[in-house]
Write a protein that binds this ligand. Sequence first.
Ligand code: F0G
Length: 449
Amino acid sequence: MKTIIEPFRIKSVEPIRQTTEAERAAILKQAGYNVFLIEAADILIDLLTDSGTSAMSTGQWAAMMRGDESYAGSESYYRLEKTVRHLTGFRHVIPTHQGRAAERILFSILCKPGLIVPNNSHFDTTRANIESTGAQAVDLPCAESADTQAKAPFKGNIDLEALDALLTREGSARVPLVMITVTNNTGGGQPVSLANLKQAHEISRRHGVPLYLDACRFAENAWFIREREAGYADWSPKQIAQKMFSLADGCTFSAKKDALANIGGLLCANDSRLAEQETNLLILTEGFPTYGGLAGRDLEAIAVGLEEVLDEDYLRYRIASTAYLGRHIADHGVPILEPPGGHAIYIDAARMLRHIPKHQFPGAALACALYRHAGIRGVEIGSVMFGAEARHELLRLAIPRRVYTQSHIDYVVEAILEVNERRNEIRGLEIIEQPRFLRHFSCRFQPVA
Ligand code: F0G
């Protein structure tokens, strides 16, 4: 059958509030045309992020009740450690309050001015945490990713030739680690193939540099490998994930994505000396190594989520639902980053709004138009977020896990098609106020006259 159904039923509901277009116009003005500054209560369907926004299962809520809140040696930690070791094979499992805390600890030990960290594409916090140590974050996306319309199966891949060339030129003295982000969030939620990971592993090893995964969306990546890469159709998502992790020396992980939790992160490593340094830093700012800034109940939710996210019915529905949104708007003329990603659909705003130049932020302008029209919130991934480094001007519609139903998705499709019909009325934006770092979170705009 073709109908996508959610492989769960709903036990607890949360009302969402309709507003009028006039109300939303006033709210936008008040928020300086930055959707990050709109109160969540004023949003109807929130596709700002898939991070920390998952609905938890009965299994997770039940596990939370047995959360062991001991300061040291919490049983909940050992349960999580066992799950993570079984999944990833990494020897050291360090909990953190979210992914960026793991990044900060890792990079503040390994990075300093003059060093370079390559990645298929750094996420914004990853880049910021590297750059705040004085090191340089370099994106090496594969060639296919340059064309948003190309339907290649693994557009998240790292450019292996460029990686080899960079390592040959700079050597292990200047490159403390190589990172690969699965799926490639900045590059459109696109997967990385096992073949690409294997080769990146070999190249890094040959140059004596450790390879790390930014593993936020490892389960979605594993599903794409099963669907698209020859030889893995009979593997379980878990076996594929285990294979992915086996090619890396460690990982950073945000449990707010593919652990179906509302908070949490992990820093994993095989290197015992490094893990000891990491633990020392952890104690300084996050907490004792058996809780790392989280409550015992959060550790439980993550441990259960890591199992649930690899369920085949869940992953099949998850990827199908995102693809449904992508296909239904793309097949009616809205240019999206092809093919649809795992956690999000990215509208190519520069292509859709050809009358708005890059310096007037087409992605942010589209975010405002979609909110004003239908109360839907997406996020710009383009020149506001990355400045001159931006390769595309995108509006990301990230789908929270297990939260919205098929009829919500149909509403989003209809709204986008209506906005697309009136696209010529959308005006660009100019920035009138901005902070020094990560400006997209708090800058204010005004519409261009
Ligand atoms: N790495 C990637 C690839 C991410 O997508 C994120 C977060 C992080 C690291 C940081 O994790 O939020 O737990 O500190 N991405 C969210 C997003 C915020 O909306 O894409 P965190």
